[in-house]
Design a protein around this ligand. Structure first.
Ligand code: FAD
Length: 243
């Protein structure tokens, strides 16, 4: 999956959401795989850090030659947690930061940079994610669940295979029948097969006047935005992270 391969360019519209933070070194508390290629990293949390669910920060690794290699990752912990959590899909073939993260262990250090992000929860609606594009929604959904406000929010999650679904049990537990999966590369009884299409969305969504939250790789974003336009969804209702 070429998810997020073009993320070196942070979209200009994100700039307005920047919160400048002094570079802060934090220790890894624990690190491990939660899918075959996704790491979950818990770290210390700097006292001065604040963020809203859905926001991201730039991270580099505090290791010779890697301190200036910053990459954006979303906080998947809650703002009031006394730790930070990141959920990171790794790309060994890029030989970049996510590959280097695979070598890290407890007590190794990361450097946190600015906090930013275009995605913030407004009202009940439909979350549409592709692969690691689910990360801002993990934080938002955890936040809503912590306040008992999950309501009728729905998550449509597109992946290649069942094994690529990040946190499937937690998301199912949180959303129940409102957790809808679609797999492009695998036919699996319980899940829809193929890519997100207009008919697929019409089959799963009855109310197109709600908020739509969209995050994923550029081709998926383009497709979904075109479909939503065809379905006459008001542009102002679409909240998206172009990564
Ligand atoms: C706001 C935002 C939030 C994000 N949050 C998350 C998150 O929470 N979790 C998550 O998993 N991801 C997230 N991403 C995506 C994440 O930032 C990228 O996956 C990450 O930057 C990849 O870094 P990398 O150094 O491993 O690879 P890259 O920076 O993509 O690549 C390193 C180098 O590898 C080379 N390269 C690029 N593509 C290929 C290829 N196909 N094959 C071989 N070499 C290649 C290039 O020379 C490139 O310079 C987010 C992105 C944005 C914009």
């Amino acid at each position: 999956m070429f998810l997020f391969q073009s993320v070196m360019i942070v979209p200009i519209f994100l700039i307005q959401h920047f919160i400048t933070m002094k570079n802060t070194t934090i220790k890894i508390i624990s690190i491990g795989h939660i899918t075959h290629d996704v790491l979950q990293i818990f770290t210390e949390k700097p006292q001065e850090l604040s963020f809203t669910p859905g926001q991201a920060t730039e991270i580099s690794i505090n290791k010779e030659g890697w301190q200036n290699e910053k990459r954006p990752f979303t906080f998947t912990s809650l703002p009031n947690d006394d730790y930070l959590q990141f959920t990171i899909k790794t790309y060994p073939a890029h030989k970049g930061v996510t590959n280097e993260l695979l070598q890290l262990k407890k007590n190794d250090e990361l450097i946190l940079h600015d906090v930013f992000g275009a995605i913030a929860y407004k009202n009940e609606g439909v979350f549409i994610a592709g692969g690691a594009g689910v990360t801002p929604f993990i934080s938002i959904l955890r936040y809503l669940k912590s306040k008992n406000e999950i309501g009728d929010n729905k998550l449509i999650f597109a992946n290649k295979t069942r094994d690529d679904i990040i946190l499937k049990y937690e998301l199912y537990y949180t959303l129940g029948k409102n957790f809808i999966n679609i797999l492009s590369d695998e036919t699996e009884g319980r899940y829809e097969h193929g890519y997100i299409t207009e008919n697929f969305l019409k089959a799963h969504i009855t109310d197109f006047s709600k908020n739509f939250y969209v995050c994923g790789p550029p081709p998926m974003m383009d497709t979904v935005e075109k479909i939503l336009a065809n379905l006459h969804v008001d542009e102002k209702l679409i909240i998206k992270e172009a990564v």
